[in-house]
Design a protein around this ligand. Structure first.
Ligand code: CAA
Length: 241
């Protein structure tokens, strides 16, 4: 049981929920951030005993207040999982600026915001584990997702840059690139499109949230200190490179 404090952004639903629960089972002191769905967050806390903190990861000021509250109430954040993300799918010729901006800020700027706010304390303590949740669509691109693919691709570059900065300070920074996982986000893809996508997954099924949580557990372990700057693809074989 490590007792280390872990913050999971977007940690009350979908993949994030599974990451929160898995870390808790392994002895981490988990706090889960959320922004949109307060009812789900309340239910999550009742069911898991994991506290939730509401703030918008796209907004630096809100992140600052949220992280300060967590540090005050729970303690310094030693493990950060940047999982929060949204989609606003549409082909470029139909996409408005807002859909671009919302996705870039929520999915990518959020990584800057939260990493920036925990990095000083990780450097001071000589220990940190950061896992950024990217996407198969940041690696391979996806029709209808220039915003999402750009943000997720950005996460992969961000991860490699910060990994170099953290390496000498005991801080590892890695990414996971999930494929299509059975969550509300993927279920909102039009049925006829999703059917074609599933047909291209060699394992023949969507991923489960737990498939991704398993990867996070592996990367945040204390003895995973030689694994940094890597991207772990968990996609049922859909994209290999
Ligand atoms: N490649 C090539 N052409 C495609 C295509 C593809 N992947 N997908 C759709 N098209 C074509 C269609 O065949 C259609 O062509 P025709 O008119 O000649 O038949 C045309 O594009 C329009 O398709 P739609 O009817 O779907 O158009 P739309 O405007 O209603 O919707 C869309 C466009 C919003 C992009 C929709 O296709 C869509 O939602 N696609 C899914 C995008 C996707 O995979 N999102 C992932 C969400 S989950 C996620 O992001 C998590 C993660 O990390 C994996």
């Amino acid at each position: 049981m490590t007792g280390r404090i872990a913050l999971v952004s977007g940690g009350t639903r979908g993949i994030g929920r599974s990451i929160s629960e898995t870390l808790k089972s392994a002895g981490y002191r988990v706090v889960a951030n959320y922004f949109g769905n307060s009812e789900a967050a309340q239910r999550f806390t009742e069911e898991t005993g994991i506290p939730h903190y509401r703030f918008n990861v796209a907004d630096f000021g809100e992140c600052k207040a949220g992280v300060e509250k967590i540090v005050h109430e729970v303690g310094p954040i030693e493990v950060l999982v940047n999982n929060a993300g949204i989609t606003r799918d549409g082909t470029l010729h139909k996409m408005d600026y807002e859909s671009w901006e919302d996705v870039i800020h929520t999915n990518l700027t959020s990584c800057f915001n939260l990493c920036r706010l925990v990095i000083d304390s990780m450097r001071d303590r000589g220990f940190g584990r950061i896992v950024n949740i990217g996407s198969i669509n940041g690696q391979a691109g996806q029709y209808g997702q220039v915003n999402y693919a750009a943000a997720k691709s950005g996460i992969h570059g961000f991860t490699k840059a910060l990994a170099q900065e953290g390496a000498a300070k005991g801080i590892t920074v890695n990414a996971i690139a999930p494929g299509y996982v059975d969550t509300d986000m993927v279920r909102s893809v039009p049925h006829h499109v999703l059917e074609k996508i599933i047909a291209r997954i060699p394992t023949g099924r969507l991923g489960r949230a737990e498939d991704i949580a398993r990867g996070v557990m592996f990367l945040v372990a204390d003895d995973a200190d030689f694994i940094t700057g890597s991207t772990l693809s968990i996609n049922g074989g859909q994209h290999m490179y």
